[in-house]
Design a protein. Structure first.
Length: 555
RNA sequence: GCGCUGUUAGCUCAAUUGGAUAGAGCGUUGGUCUACGGAACCAAAGGCUGGGGAUUCGAGCUCCUCACGGCGCACCA
C-alpha cells in the first residue's frame, strides 16, 4: 500500500486515488501502473496522450526510479535497493509478527465452527468447518481482534433418546469404554436400522427424561458427551484448533422462551397450520419456523437465542458461522428475523458458507457405511510422510515428530487450498500427494532454506546498497505481499488466499535458489541472499502458522 | 416450479474484484543431475473462460437469457 499511496500522492490529482494504481502483468513492464482510460473523459484527451503527458511531468526521485507510458498505461518502476531494504529490515524487525496488524484492536469476533455432534465421530465432511474456522480464528487474532471460538455442540434432540434406548437394549459399559465414540455410533446406527415403533416411542420418552432432569438419563448423556469431547480433543490438538466456548444447543434450552416472548411482543410471530412462524414472504423466503405444532422449539429458535446471547455476552463486532452452504436459507432466515426484531447488529452476522464433500462414488452415508473417518485420513497421511522421510532421510532425528508435522500439514492444507465455496470430491490419491502445490512443497522449501542458513552459521548483516537482480526482486516483491494478503483473507473469510500466497512465495524462492548461488556468492551478494533466505523462512512460517501448519527444520 | 450456487487447459484449480499477452499444479513429452537438499528446477504441447445477447475505451469477472451439475424450499439439525 505504501507505494500506491506514494504514487497517488505524487501524481497529485483529484481523480487519482491509491486504489487506481494497479499491478502490471509482468515486472518487465513495471512494478506499478496507472491505467489512464478513466482520465480520458475528465481531460477529453486520448489515454495514450494523457499517459505521455503524465510521464513527461513526473519527476523521478529516490523511490520511483523510472516512468514509462505504454498504450494508455503509465508504468512505474520503484528503486529496488530501497524496496529490498524496506522489506528485509521490516521482516527481520517484526519476526513472527510480520503480516500482523492492530486494526482489530478493541473489536470482538465470534466464530462458530466445527460444532461437533455428541456421539458422532469426526468424518471427512467435518474437516472444512474445523480448519476453516480454526484458520480464521488465527487470522483475526493476528490482526489484533479479540476472538471467541465457539463450538456450538450438537447436544440436543431426539437422537439422544434413541441413543440411550439403544444403549439400554444392546450396549454395556465395558464395550463403550473400550470402543469409545465408534461404539456409541454403532449403537445409534443399529437403532436406525432395527428400531420398531415401540422403540421409537421409548426413545422419545428417554429424550423427555433428559429434558426433565432424570438422573439416569442425564448421567448416560453426560457420559456420551464426555467420551465425545475427549475424542475430538485429540483431533483438535493435532489440527492446532482451539475453542473458548463449548456452549451448545442444550445451553440455550432456557434462553428460548424470552426470544419467543419478544417475537410475540413485537407482533412478528404468526400462527400457521398449528405452528408458530415468522412470515418472510415479502422477503422472498419461506416462513421461519419458531415453534412446532406440538409447541417444541426448533433449530432456528435456538440459533436466534444463541445469536442474542452472544451479542449480550461478547458484544461482537462480527459473528461468523462457518457452516456448509446447505444451510444458506436457514441463516438468511435467522438473520432476517433478527433484523425484524429490530436488532441493528443483524447486519454483523455472517454465514461463512463452504462447499460440500462427497466421495468418488457419491455422497457420504454413515448408515451405509460409506464414510471416511478423519482419524484414518490423518494417520494415513502421517504414515505416508514417515515412509517418505524414512526413504529420503533415514538418519534424521525425530522422524515421528516430523512426519506428524508434514502429514497433518497435508491434511489441513488440502482442505484450505481452494476457494471455500467449491465442492470437494475426497480422494486418498489427492491428500496423499506431496508434490506440487502442497504444504509439503512449502515445508520442503523451508527445510532447504534452513539448511543453507545452518551451513553458514554466522550472524547475517543486510548490506544497505546492494542492487538486487530480477530473480531476487521477484522474491522481495512476494515477501512484501504478506500483510495485504492477510487482510484480504480476513475480509473475504478466505484462508485459501494465504495458502496460495505461501506456494507462490515458495515457488519464487525455489526459482531464485536454483539460479543464484548463496553460500558461494561474493561479498554483498552473499550477505543479501542470506538475508533474503532468512526472510523467506520467516514469512513462509508466518503464513503456514495462520493455517495451523508447522514447519520442521529438516525433513 | 421457485431460490441460492457453480461451470476457465485432458484432470484439480488460480486470476490482485472491470485493465495490458487468462496463469499454476497434476498428467504427457523433452531437458537440468557428482548439489547451498531432485519432495526441486527449466522447456514444450494443451484455451472461442458452457452457449447466445447487452453495457463499456476495455468483460473470465457486471446485466439479461439458455444449457448442464450441486444445494435448499414447514414442523430434523
Amino acid at each position: 500500500m505504501y507505494y500506491r499511496n506514494y504514487i497517488a500522492k505524487k501524481l497529485d490529482m483529484e481523480s487519482i486515488t491509491p486504489a487506481d494504481i494497479v499491478l502490471p502483468p509482468n515486472s518487465e513492464m513495471g512494478d506499478f501502473a496507472l491505467p489512464c482510460f478513466k482520465l480520458a473523459k475528465v481531460f477529453r484527451k486520448s489515454p495514450v496522450q494523457i499517459a505521455e503527458e503524465l510521464k513527461n511531468s513526473f519527476v523521478i526521485d529516490e523511490v520511483i526510479s523510472e516512468v514509462s507510458a505504454v498504450n494508455g498505461y503509465l508504468n512505474f518502476k520503484v528503486n529496488k535497493v530501497g524496496l529490498a531494504n524496506n522489506v528485509l529490515t521490516r521482516i527481520a524487525r517484526e519476526g513472527d509478527g510480520y503480516g500482523s496488524s492492530d486494526i482489530g484492536k478493541g473489536k470482538t469476533i465470534c466464530i462458530d465452527y466445527s460444532s461437533v455432534n455428541i456421539a458422532k465421530p469426526f468424518h471427512i465432511g467435518h474437516l472444512s468447518t474445523t480448519v476453516l474456522g480454526g484458520s480464521l480464528y488465527k487470522i483475526y487474532k493476528f490482526l489484533g481482534y479479540n476472538v471467541v471460538g465457539i463450538n456450538h455442540l450438537g447436544d440436543y434432540g431426539t437422537q439422544f433418546g434413541k441413543l440411550i434406548c439403544a444403549y439400554k437394549k444392546w450396549g454395556n459399559r465395558e464395550e463403550v469404554e473400550r470402543g469409545g465414540i465408534h461404539a456409541i455410533n454403532a449403537l445409534y446406527v443399529r437403532f436406525n436400522e432395527e428400531a420398531d415403533e415401540k422403540m421409537e416411542s421409548e426413545a422419545r420418552e428417554y429424550f423427555r427424561l433428559i429434558e426433565n432432569g432424570d438422573k439416569e438419563a442425564n448421567n448416560l448423556f453426560e457420559w456420551f458427551k464426555k467420551l465425545t469431547l475427549d475424542y475430538v480433543q485429540i483431533i483438535y490438538d493435532k489440527l492446532n484448533i482451539t475453542f473458548d466456548s463449548y456452549a451448545g444447543e442444550r445451553f440455550y434450552t432456557d434462553k428460548m422462551q424470552p426470544v419467543i416472548d419478544e417475537l410475540k411482543e413485537k407482533n412478528i410471530l404468526k400462527e400457521s397450520e398449528g405452528a408458530s412462524i415468522v412470515d418472510l414472504e415479502s422477503y422472498g423466503m419461506p416462513p421461519c419456523l419458531i415453534l412446532r405444532s406440538d409447541g417444541a422449539t426448533l433449530y432456528a429458535t435456538r440459533d436466534l437465542a444463541a445469536a442474542i446471547y452472544r451479542k449480550n455476552t461478547y458484544d461482537f463486532y462480527k459473528c461468523l458461522y462457518v457452516v456448509a452452504y446447505q444451510q444458506n436459507l436457514h441463516f438468511k432466515q435467522v438473520f432476517k428475523v433478527l433484523e425484524l426484531m429490530g436488532k441493528e447488529w443483524a447486519k454483523d452476522m455472517v454465514h461463512v458458507a463452504y462447499g460440500m464433500v462427497s466421495l468418488e462414488d457419491g455422497a457420504m452415508s454413515t448408515r451405509k457405511g460409506k464414510v471416511v473417518w478423519l482419524e484414518d485420513v490423518i494417520s494415513r497421511c502421517v504414515e505416508k510422510a514417515y515412509a517418505v522421510i524414512d526413504d529420503k532421510n533415514p538418519d534424521l532425528e525425530n522422524k515421528e515428530e516430523i512426519a506428524k508435522t508434514v502429514g497433518l500439514g497435508a491434511v489441513i492444507f488440502g482442505a484450505l487450498y481452494n476457494n471455500k465455496i467449491k465442492d470437494i470430491v475426497f480422494s486418498y490419491d489427492k491428500v496423499l500427494s506431496f508434490d506440487g502445490e502442497t504444504s509439503v512443497y512449502v515445508q520442503y522449501t523451508c527445510a532447504r532454506a534452513n539448511s543453507v542458513l545452518a551451513k553458514y552459521g554466522e550472524k547475517i548483516e543486510l548490506p544497505e546498497a546492494y542492487e538486487p537482480n530480477p530473480q531476487e526482486v521477484e522474491v522481495i516483491k512476494a515477501l512484501a505481499a504478506l500483510p495485504q494478503t492477510v487482510l484480504d483473507a480476513a475480509e473475504k473469510y478466505e484462508p485459501s488466499l494465504i495458502a496460495r500466497y505461501a506456494v507462490d512465495l515458495a515457488q519464487k524462492y525455489n526459482k531464485f535458489y536454483i539460479d543464484c548461488r548463496i553460500l558461494t556468492a561474493e561479498g554483498e551478494a552473499k550477505a543479501f541472499r542470506l538475508s533474503l533466505t532468512e526472510a523467506v523462512l520467516q514469512t513462509l512460517g508466518n503464513a503456514l502458522s495462520l493455517l495451523g501448519i508447522g514447519v520442521p527444520e529438516k525433513m
